[in-house]
Design a protein. Structure first.
Ligand SMILES: [Zn+2]
Ligand SMILES: [Zn+2]
Length: 252
């Protein structure tokens, strides 16, 4: 399994950066997880937009899905029609209604997203089998319903989604080869009010308790001290931990 980071920002991308998004690929699968602001900039360095088979969204905060809107315009108007099937778009429960409300003021059709994607909402209690990869969803602790994701192929990839500390995160990251951890409470002055996100220390602690082998910290404010963020997490984790960088690929 190959994981390519396509954005590392928290709710606002830094200059030249993007919000949440990463590619999960095998010889059979090409899956985009999250489609936040700016992710298309990087995604198109790797693939035509028609070549993505599946898109999986963890929760319906704008920094995790906003680039679905330009993605839809590209598929409907910006690309010559070909015989590629429309990408499948897997949303959390209630996601279809959120997208409908967001696009209602400017939608030219009742099928704004359906014209471009095969849209469905996943059942968090049932795994999704996508071209040999098993995606499983676990509710985590956030301001709105949010689902941590594990991807199992020959090894296990774990993704926290946005979450405050909770026991479910330890199970999500349990024995993962790579744990991608959204560390949204990285600004030291803000950490007391950020109960829906993890501090670097909490990220490192969860990864250690879970026995994760490698940790990538992402969903980080561009204004935080990256060196300090890394050091704070590494002190708790005690193993291989890095700050995620866009366009870096990791073998899992
Ligand atoms: Zn969020
Ligand atoms: Zn977020």
């Amino acid at each position: 399994m190959r994981v390519t980071i396509l954005g590392t920002g928290a709710a606002c991308p830094g200059a030249g950066e993007a919000c949440s998004g990463f590619l999960v690929e095998t010889d059979r699968a090409t899956v985009l997880v999250e489609c936040g602001t700016g992710v298309l900039n990087y995604l198109q360095k790797y693939h035509e937009l028609t070549a993505i088979s599946d898109i999986v969204i963890s929760h319906m905060h704008a920094d995790h899905f906003l680039d679905l809107i330009p993605y839809r315009y590209a598929l409907c108007y910006g690309i010559e029609s070909n015989n590629m099937p429309r990408p499948r778009l897997h949303l959390p429960p209630g996601g279809i209604d959120v997208l409908r409300q967001v696009t209602l003021p400017f939608s030219e059709t009742d099928n704004f997203f359906e014209d471009a994607f095969r849209v469905s909402e996943y059942n968090p209690g049932e795994p999704l089998e996508l071209d040999g990869l098993k995606f499983q969803f676990t509710p985590v602790y956030h301001y709105i319903p949010s689902f941590g994701i594990t991807v199992t192929g020959s090894k296990k990839l774990s993704y926290s989604s946005d979450s405050g500390p909770c026991p479910e995160l330890i199970e999500i990251a349990r024995d993962a080869e790579l744990f991608i951890c959204n560390t949204g409470a990285c600004l030291e002055s803000k950490k007391d009010v950020s109960w829906g996100h993890l501090t670097p220390e909490q990220s490192g602690r969860i990864a250690r308790e879970a026995g994760a082998r490698h940790v990538l910290l992402t969903h980080i404010w561009s204004t935080c001290s990256r060196a300090s963020c890394l050091e704070r997490a590494a002190r708790e984790f005690g193993g291989w931990v890095e700050l995620a960088e866009s366009c870096h690929t990791y073998e899992v």
